[in-house]
Design a binder for this molecule. Structure first.
Ligand code: ADP
Ligand code: MG
Length: 440
């Protein structure tokens, strides 16, 4: 294997010397092997996007060296850097960044036109990419006529123009629903495995790490640790294609006793599945806890209590209902000494909501008896604070305060009494003492 990217003591400051100074990358050194599938992983604000902009030459770093194929991009002129960005690296942006006045084909052909390829040739190549991403029928459409998932695929097709050996994706699943997120992950995996391209992904969601082989855990501009792992085989992932393969395989092979290795695999599958939208730390703790339960180091009661307990008190910080649901799934696996295939089968039979969907349901439930209209702004704010509340980032009192605070002061602006009812309903649901059946 050869090294394709090297970072040597890279530092990045924003607004250096000013009061608003941010030291966004702190003495980062690392090497990426050609053909690897790498993720920078960590909470929001830890410097992931900054890292990606540094590697792709979008921003010049304050100091340190960045070598791509042994070429120091810090030494390139602006013009050379522009060419490097068009040919050396393909970038998939979270917000898609498509040009609204160009068709799908035009958007995909654009990076080729930039480097002087003739229009006819560029369009011919763009067609191939459009086909590869199964966008033929949309080739003449404009971005705004497409769904988020389709726009994302256009973004990927465009990143592949000029055939770059490195693909960089910034939160590629951030704006996608779970079906499209799985499709995007499958495409990235294929670009890595079939084409042998080096993939670098930036994410704050543990769920999107299922195919990644090298994970850099980041916090506050620092690489905390590097984790190397084998990705789960296709048939052991939750998602597309699984429905057929898993049960059949289980039937063919009969029941296997779970080895320690399989237990940790199971724990990982379960954490990929249940912890979507949770933080790095919560996910890691969940995985350890599940491994302990599967190997019967702890009993059901301790397991459920830890799931439920807030993170700062040593728990995973799930809200009560969710903790109960998760515990009951996992008990089924423990009871029957289920093997890996059966675990996947069980998951497929019981589709779990993502945190995002769950927040929306909770929001619907707590506002359903409110007689006024809820504005889009209020809905958005509600989602944000419900999310904070279920992760215990916010106390019950703080939640109520934001509900009542006037919109002008960035509150939700609900009348006092209504706000109180909403806050109470949320607590009842979170504590598990209220049936949780939102009206559609
Ligand atoms: P992440 O992508 O992990 O959420 P970022 O790389 O976007 O994190 O940001 C890292 C830090 O740098 C944050 O504190 C952020 O506020 C700051 N930052 C990012 N971009 C800028 C900028 N253009 N100007 C000033 N500060 C910035
Ligand atoms: Mg970012």
């Amino acid at each position: 294997m050869s090294t394709i990217i090297t970072l040597n003591h890279v530092n990045q400051w924003y607004n250096k010397g000013k009061q608003s100074e941010v030291h966004a990358l702190k003495d980062v050194s690392l090497e990426v092997e050609q053909g690897d599938y790498v993720a920078f992983f960590g909470p929001s604000g830890c410097g992931k996007t900054t890292m990606l902009y540094a590697i792709s030459g979008i921003d010049r770093v304050t100091d340190g060296d960045i070598l791509i194929n042994d070429q120091n991009i810090a030494h390139l002129s602006n013009q050379e850097l522009a060419i490097f960005r068009q040919t050396g690296i393909g970038i998939v942006f979270q917000q898609f960044n498509l040009v609204p006045s160009l068709t799908v084909l035009g958007n995909v052909a654009l990076p080729m036109a930039f480097v002087g390829i003739s229009k006819a040739k560029a369009e011919e190549e763009a067609w191939k990419l459009v086909k590869r991403l199964q966008l033929e029928q949309y080739a003449e459409h404009y971005p705004q006529e497409l769904s988020g998932g389709q726009q994302q695929r256009v973004g990927i097709a465009r990143a592949l123009a000029n055939n770059p050996p490195i693909i960089i994706a910034d939160e590629p699943l951030g704006n996608l629903d779970s079906v499209n997120a799985k499709i995007a992950l499958d495409i990235l995996r294929e670009l890595n495995e079939k084409d042998g391209r080096t993939i670098i992904m930036v994410t704050h969601e543990a769920w999107s790490l299922q195919d990644v082989r090298t994970i850099y855990h980041m916090k506050d501009g620092v690489i905390l640790s590097v984790e190397h792992r084998e990705p789960l085989p296709m048939n052991e992932r939750t998602g597309k294609g699984l429905e057929d393969s898993a049960p059949k395989k289980a039937a063919e092979e009969g029941k296997k006793e779970a080895s320690p290795e399989n237990l940790s695999k199971m724990a990982r599958i379960l954490s990929n599945y249940f912890m979507r939208g949770h933080t790095v730390e919560e996910t890691a703790r969940f995985e350890t806890l599940v491994t302990d339960r599967l190997s019967k180091k702890i009993d059901t009661k301790a397991f459920q209590e830890t799931l439920d307990k807030s993170f700062k008190d040593g728990g995973v910080g799930l809200w009560k209902r969710k903790a109960e649901r998760v515990a009951s799934y996992i008990e089924k696996i423990v009871e029957k000494q289920k093997d890996l295939d059966a675990t996947i089968e069980l998951i497929n039979q019981n589709p779990e909501l993502t945190v995002e969907d769950e927040v929306k349901q909770l929001r619907k439930w707590i506002t359903e008896e409110y007689v006024g209209t809820v504005s889009p702004y209020q809905n958005e704010l509600l989602d944000e604070i419900i999310n904070d509340r279920i992760h215990s980032f916010m106390t019950q009192d703080q939640f109520l305060t934001v509900l009542q605070r006037p919109v002008k002061q960035f509150g939700a602006g609900f009348p006092g009494h209504s706000a109180q009812i909403m806050a109470e309903r949320l607590e009842l649901i979170l504590n598990g003492s209220q049936p949780y059946v939102p009206k559609q």
